[in-house]
Design a protein around this ligand. Structure first.
Ligand code: GLA
Length: 400
C-alpha cells in the first residue's frame, strides 16, 4: 500500500525535488519594467496603458512579452501575513491586472526582495517566501524580479535558493530574475537557481559616466559594458547575465540609445525596455524593434559576444550566430566621429568558448548593416566606414 501511495505521489509530482522551472527563457527575456522611468510611481493605470502600447505598437510582434511591475506596488501584509497590493495604486487588485495582461497576449512580472524591506521600503519577502510565491502564483504572475536590499549578512545563494524552491512549490512557471547586483558572484551559482542574474549595480541613463547618489553609485552604458568582462562563459539558454534594464528613450541621444541597444544585443542581454512606451518618438521605437538587432540578441545558440579587438577609442565585437552567421559591432567610445578600415582578408575570428571560427581569407560573407538595412557588399573588399560619436556600426554577416 505504502509503495502504491509513493508511486501515486511521484506521478503527480508531489515530493519532486525542488528545482528551477526549466524550459523558460531559452532566449534572453524581452519585456518592459517600470523602474528606470517611473521609479516608485507605479499604478494599475500605468500598467494597463503600457500593456495597450506594447500590444499595438509593434513591440509585441517584435518579441517583447513581459510587463514587469518593479518596486512600490506593495501595500501591507494582512493579519495572516499575505501581501496586499497598495490599494490606492492597484484598486482592482493583482489578479484582475494579470487577467488583463494575459488577455492582451502578454505576461505579468512582479518584484520583491530577499530582505525584510524592499529598496523602496515596502515589505520584502524574508520569512514569507512560500506564502508570497503562492500568492504570486494565485494572481497569475509569470516573472519575479527578486532584489537584494535589507539582507544584512544573508548568503545570496541560500536566499535565492529558498525563493526558487518556494516558486517551484507554488507550481506556476515563473521566470526568476536574480537582482543581487553581482556582489556574491551570482554567475557562479545562478544557473541552477534563476533564469537571469544582474551582474552589476544599477544602470544610469548616461553613455559614459558614474552617478553618485551619496551612499551608492549607478553606472552609465560604457561603465556597465566594461564590467561584463570575463562573464560570457556563464551565460546560455535558460541562464543569462543581466547587465540591467534598458535606458533607451530615457534621455540619451539617439546615437547613444542605438549603441546601448546594439551592445546589449551583442551581450545576449535580457531586453527589458525601461522607458515610457505610451509616448515614444518614432526613432526610439525603431531602435527597440529593430528586427536584426533583436535576432542577434535572441539567437538560439545563446552565445554572448566578446570584445575581439580594441584600437584606441574603437572596439570591435563579434557574436557567433546560428547558420554559420556572425554579428559584428564596432563601437566608437569617443566624443568625435571616427573612421574605420577593416580589411577582412587579413582577419580571422576564433572563439575559444563556442569553438566557432571565421576565416575571412578563405570564406566570404555577405554584409548587411543592421541599422541602415543596406547591403554593404561582401568581405572580399575592405570595409571603410565612419562611425559617429557614441555610436556603433552593427553588421550581420552571412556565409556565402
Ligand atoms: C534596486 C534594483 C533596481 C530597482 C530598485 C527598486 O536598486 O537594482 O533595479 O529594482 O532597487 O527599488
Amino acid at each position: 500500500m505504502k509503495r502504491i501511495l509513493f508511486a501515486i505521489l511521484c506521478l503527480v509530482g508531489v515530493g519532486a525535488p525542488a528545482q528551477k522551472f526549466d524550459q523558460l527563457a531559452l532566449t534572453p527575456p524581452m519585456g518592459w519594467n517600470s523602474w528606470n522611468k517611473f521609479a516608485s510611481e507605479v499604478s494599475e493605470r500605468l500598467i494597463r496603458e503600457t500593456v495597450d502600447a506594447m500590444a499595438t505598437n509593434g513591440m509585441k510582434s517584435a518579441g517583447y512579452q513581459y510587463i514587469n511591475i518593479d518596486d512600490s506596488w506593495q501595500g501591507e501584509r494582512d493579519s495572516q501575513g499575505f501581501i496586499q497590493p497598495d490599494a490606492k495604486r492597484f484598486p482592482s487588485g493583482m489578479k484582475a491586472l494579470a487577467d488583463y495582461v494575459h488577455s492582451q497576449g502578454l505576461k505579468l512580472g512582479i518584484y520583491s526582495d530577499a530582505g525584510t524591506k524592499t529598496c523602496a521600503g515596502r515589505p520584502g519577502s524574508r520569512g514569507h517566501e512560500y506564502q508570497d510565491a503562492q500568492t504570486y502564483a494565485r494572481w497569475g504572475v509569470d516573472y519575479l524580479k527578486y532584489d537584494w536590499c535589507d539582507t544584512e549578512a544573508l548568503s545570496a545563494e541560500g536566499a535565492y535558493l529558498t525563493m526558487r524552491n518556494a516558486l517551484f512549490a507554488a507550481g506556476r512557471p515563473m521566470v526568476f530574475s536574480i537582482c543581487e547586483w553581482g556582489n556574491q558572484n551570482p554567475w557562479l551559482w545562478g544557473a541552477k537557481i534563476g533564469h537571469l542574474w544582474r551582474t552589476t549595480g544599477d544602470i544610469y541613463p548616461c553613455f559614459d559616466c558614474t552617478q553618485d547618489h551619496g551612499t551608492w553609485k549607478s553606472s552609465g552604458i560604457l561603465q556597465i559594458l566594461d564590467l561584463q568582462q570575463g562573464l560570457r562563459e556563464y551565460a546560455g539558454p535558460g541562464h543569462w547575465n543581466d547587465p540591467d534594464m534598458l535606458e533607451v528613450g530615457n534621455g540619451m541621444t539617439v546615437n547613444e540609445d542605438r549603441a546601448h541597444f546594439s551592445l546589449w544585443c551583442m551581450l545576449a542581454a535580457p531586453l527589458i525596455a525601461g522607458n515610457d512606451l505610451r509616448n515614444m518618438p518614432k526613432p526610439i521605437l525603431g531602435i527597440l524593434t529593430n528586427q536584426d538587432a533583436i535576432a542577434v540578441d535572441q539567437d538560439a545558440l545563446g552565445i554572448e559576444g566578446w570584445r575581439y579587438s580594441t584600437d584606441g577609442v574603437l572596439e570591435t565585437w563579434f557574436k557567433p550566430l546560428t547558420k554559420d552567421a556572425w554579428a559584428m559591432c564596432v563601437l566608437n567610445r569617443s566624443p568625435r566621429a571616427q573612421k574605420i578600415v577593416f580589411d577582412w582578408k587579413t582577419k580571422t575570428v576564433a572563439d575559444d568558448l563556442s569553438k566557432r571560427e571565421a576565416h575571412f581569407d578563405t570564406t566570404t560573407y555577405t554584409i548587411r548593416d543592421v541599422w541602415t538595412k543596406k547591403n554593404l557588399g561582401t568581405t572580399r573588399d575592405p570595409l571603410n566606414a565612419e562611425i559617429p560619436s557614441h555610436d556603433v556600426l552593427m553588421l550581420w554577416l552571412d556565409k556565402m
